[in-house]
Write a protein that binds this ligand. Structure first.
Ligand SMILES: Cc1cc2nc3c(=O)[nH]c(=O)nc-3n(C[C@H](O)[C@H](O)[C@H](O)COP(=O)(O)O)c2cc1C
Length: 398
């Protein structure tokens, strides 16, 4: 039978109406595919592009871990050991990723981690990242130095300030730190507790990376491709010591006395320490091994998550970071009880390749991948994601 053009068109239209594909979100969005920004379609593509673009020294600083890089591999490998158990025939025509952290609405549970040394990847890196976060409505945990932007009122709606304890050494500096943050409209303090000594990042040692270049940006190589000689490169064989006592649980207690801002402790890896955070008045934890850049051989963060979630017992939110590159990775952590997931290297890949636009695109890719996979898994909102959504491979009874 010969099909008329009209019949063919009618057939096509009725197929389109019946197909769930016709309901693709965002389908009216205009994308200029000639723009190189849209070349990379996932975080791994962005990583490959960043590697090509950056000086190898900067790439190693961005991507590397400490010592054997065992935890670096663990952070990624664990995801292949968890399997998603999708729920069938749930209405998923609308996906809602919104959630809440400390009374603030969060558009989607993917946060931007703090990261130092951004100028090695892009000039004015911190500001580029914060602008990207603001444009995509992501929560930004900032290393600081972007006061004008935050004060302009155009900064991210929700942002937290990082401290590694430098501002917490005495009551006076602690007080002025929290007063400034409160006046700036900060929504939380993120206290990273796993960097009391800087680890051996052996790629940086082999590269003779000058420590200060991470702040100033890398110098240009000469015509022979050589870097200027580093005066204070990363080195092995130095006995660890710090000029002042390092922070303790009492530091968090003191900080608690000084501010009502939520205090989030980043770098927790055990249930016992999660309980201690609650005991000293902390408001949340980020289960983190510092992107496998500090102590090695601590396993993946996803392995540490369940004991921390159990210890928290719903009293404080437990967040997590380390190796998250896919929407399905995020979904798995949410299923194991994480309140949100944070990322660093993914947005740094975006920063290194396209500055602010790259940061934005990376966030967009991650959040749309999460939304898509929530839809495919039959979990149209965050509340519908629970432990039953995942199983470990070895739980299978063959
Ligand atoms: C280049 C780089 C610099 C970082 N600097 C800091 C920092 O200054 N403070 C901090 O708490 N964490 C820092 N981190 C760790 C991240 O906040 C985060 O814990 C970790 O990188 C998450 O893993 P991911 O990079 O695999 O997403 C840094 C990570 C990278 C990659």
């Amino acid at each position: 039978m010969k099909l008329s053009r009209r019949d063919a068109m009618r057939g096509l239209l009725s197929w389109a109406a019946a197909s769930p594909l016709s309901f693709a979100a965002d389908e009216k969005k205009v994308i200029d595919y000639k723009d190189p920004l849209y070349g990379p379609i996932n975080i791994f593509d962005f990583a490959a592009l960043a590697k090509k673009k950056l000086d190898p020294m900067a790439w190693d600083y961005l991507d590397g871990g400490s010592e054997d890089e065992q935890s670096l591999r663990d952070n990624r490998d664990i995801f292949s050991k968890l399997i998603i158990r999708p729920k069938a025939l749930v209405d998923v025509h609308k996906i809602d990723m919104t959630t809440e952290l400390f009374g603030k609405k969060i558009e989607f549970p993917i946060l931007l981690d703090p990261s130092g040394g951004k100028n090695c990847f892009f000039p004015g890196g911190e500001l580029e990242v914060s602008k990207g976060a603001a444009a995509q409505k992501a929560l930004h945990i900032t290393n600081g130095g972007i006061d004008d932007f935050l004060e302009s009122g155009k900064g991210p709606e929700v942002w937290w300030q990082l401290t590694t304890g430098g501002q917490l050494t005495n009551a006076q500096s602690m007080r002025s730190f929290v007063k400034r943050l409160e006046a700036q409209g900060c929504s939380g303090i993120c206290f990273t507790i796993d960097i009391m000594h800087v680890s051996h990042r052996e790629r940086d040692m082999h590269n003779k990376l000058e420590r200060s270049w991470c702040e100033t940006g890398l110098p240009k190589r000469d015509a022979q491709g050589r870097m200027p000689e580093a005066k204070n490169p990363w080195r092995a064989g130095l006995y660890p010591s710090r000029p002042f006592p390092t922070p303790t649980w009492n530091t968090v207690r003191d900080l608690r006395q000084m501010t009502k801002l939520p205090i989030v402790i980043k770098g927790i890896l055990t249930g016992e320490d999660t309980q201690r955070v609650i005991d000293v008045g902390g408001n949340g934890v980020i289960v983190s091994n510092h992107g496998a850049r500090q102590m090695d051989h601590v396993g993946s963060t996803l392995e540490a998550l369940p004991e921390c979630v159990r210890a928290a017992g719903g009293r404080i939110p437990v967040m997590i970071d380390g190796g998250f590159r896919r929407g399905t990775d995020v979904l798995k952590a949410l299923a194991l009880g994480a309140a949100a997931v944070a990322v660093a290297r993914p947005y740094l890949y975006g920063l290194a390749t396209f500055g602010q636009r790259g940061v934005e695109r990376v966030i967009e890719l991650l959040k749309t991948e999460l939304a898509l996979n929530m839809g495919l898994a039959g979990t149209p909102n965050i509340a519908s994601i629970d432990r039953s959504l995942v199983r470990f491979r070895n739980e299978t009874q063959w």
